[in-house]
Design a protein around this ligand. Structure first.
Ligand code: NAD
Length: 357
């Protein structure tokens, strides 16, 4: 198979972890006889420094021409501390999602048994958890009209959804539920928000097309609580952009760390694969970042964009073998981990590569 993959490392630890996602794709290409060619592009703070634009035209053109994109993260402390900055790294990420029509963000909560004790939750609560989140990605308050009055005493973000935006992601989530345990929980705030009432109405209609899938509707506040109380109750979770952003960070604790969670953003064209974490200024440039989320994002690319399930499995198995052998990065180590088993980004990446069959 011939594929043209664009690597966008972005900022901070994005640069460190994406190196390993790419190396894994190269190794899979060699081992399985695929011709993967790679190009690279800039985005976020790194792109602002060079071009003044968080998503340069050249990056967007390369993205549109590629078969799939492996992305790192964007963000820089300078903007976090200056909310008034007009040009911001995250504008690049929001724009590329919109331009590529990436309306569905899939976030599998993949729980490796070896990491049961890395979570802050009790192992007996976690064991057997397997959740697939579908977060809507191109609507909601993130894209609604933003306002601030002149004397800075009022600001607003418009939360809005069109029926078609809910329909298309709901269908994707139901299709996935059919291939899993046939349970779908739609999370909203329909008791308060008009957008959520439309969301619930549309999901109820789509549910009729999938009588074999059991549908549950849950308010976001309850879902946030249930997720840590009894995560096993969830199979597919379907939710809007803002709720999904927050719930999946919470769910990362089920997998042990933000450094473990991969995601796939898909629409009708090029897929975009990235860890759910950000640029992590606190550990950037220190060889401390966990590269597994980027490596697992590469596995999602193989599976979802290229239909290479066996190759994807070879990557997740290599991650499992690495963990089984006791290797950890700092974020997934605990009080019982021997110091000699705690590795840096590079050393952890090398272990996974060595386990790829
Ligand atoms: P973050 O995800 O960068 O970090 C949160 C915490 O998790 C930090 O303590 C960090 O050290 C840890 N962490 C994250 N990834 C890790 C990894 N791979 N290995 C080990 N530890 C890891 O979130 P934040 O601190 O809220 O934001 C930092 C910057 O990232 C901000 O500028 C924010 O805007 C940006 N951000 C970007 C994205 C994205 O690019 N998709 C997502 C979230 C935040």
């Amino acid at each position: 198979m011939k594929k043209n993959i664009l690597i966008i490392p972005g900022d901070g630890i994005g640069q460190e972890v994406t190196t390993w996602g790419k190396k894994v794709l190269e190794k899979i290409g060699e081992n399985y006889g695929h011709e993967f060619s790679f190009d690279e592009a800039i985005m976020g703070h790194t792109a602002i420094e060079v071009t003044g634009n968080p998503l340069p035209d050249e990056t967007l053109a390369k993205a549109k021409a590629s078969d799939a994109i492996l992305f790192g993260a964007i963000g820089h402390i300078k903007y976090d501390n200056d909310p008034s900055a007009k040009v911001r790294p995250e504008q690049g990420l929001l724009k590329i999602r919109k331009e590529l029509g990436l309306y569905a963000n899939l976030r599998p909560i993949l729980l490796f048994d070896e990491l049961l004790d890395a979570s802050s939750l009790k192992p007996e609560i976690l064991q057997g958890t397997d959740i697939l989140f579908f977060r809507e990605l191109t609507g909601d308050v993130y894209f609604g009209e933003k306002n601030r009055n002149e004397d800075n005493t009022f600001a607003s973000d418009l939360m809005n959804y069109h029926r078609y935006e809910v329909e298309r992601i709901a269908r994707k989530a139901y299709d996935a539920a059919r291939t899993r345990n046939k349970r779908l929980c739609s999370v909203d705030k329909a008791n308060v928000l008009e957008t959520s009432r439309l969301w619930r109405e549309v999901v109820q209609e789509i549910a009729k097309e999938y009588p074999d899938v059991e549908t549950e509707h849950m308010f976001i506040d309850n879902a946030a609580m249930q997720l840590v109380k009894n995560p096993k109750k969830f199979d597919v979770v379907l939710t809007a952009n803002l709720f999904g952003d927050i719930l999946t960070d919470e769910a990362s604790q089920i997998a042990g760390s933000m450094g473990m969670l991969a995601s796939a953003s898909v629409g009708d064209g090029t897929g975009f694969f990235e860890p759910i974490h950000g640029s992590a200024h606190d550990i950037a440039g220190q060889n401390k970042a966990n590269p597994l989320a980027s490596i697992l994002s590469a596995a999602l690319m193989l599976d979802i964009s290229f239909g290479l399930q066996e190759e994807a499995k070879a990557v997740t198995n290599a991650v499992a073998e690495t963990l089984k052998a006791g290797w950890r990065t700092g974020d997934i180590a605990n009080a019982h981990t021997e110091a000699s088993k705690v590795l840096g980004t590079q050393e952890m990446g090398e272990k996974v590569l060595a386990f790829i069959k």
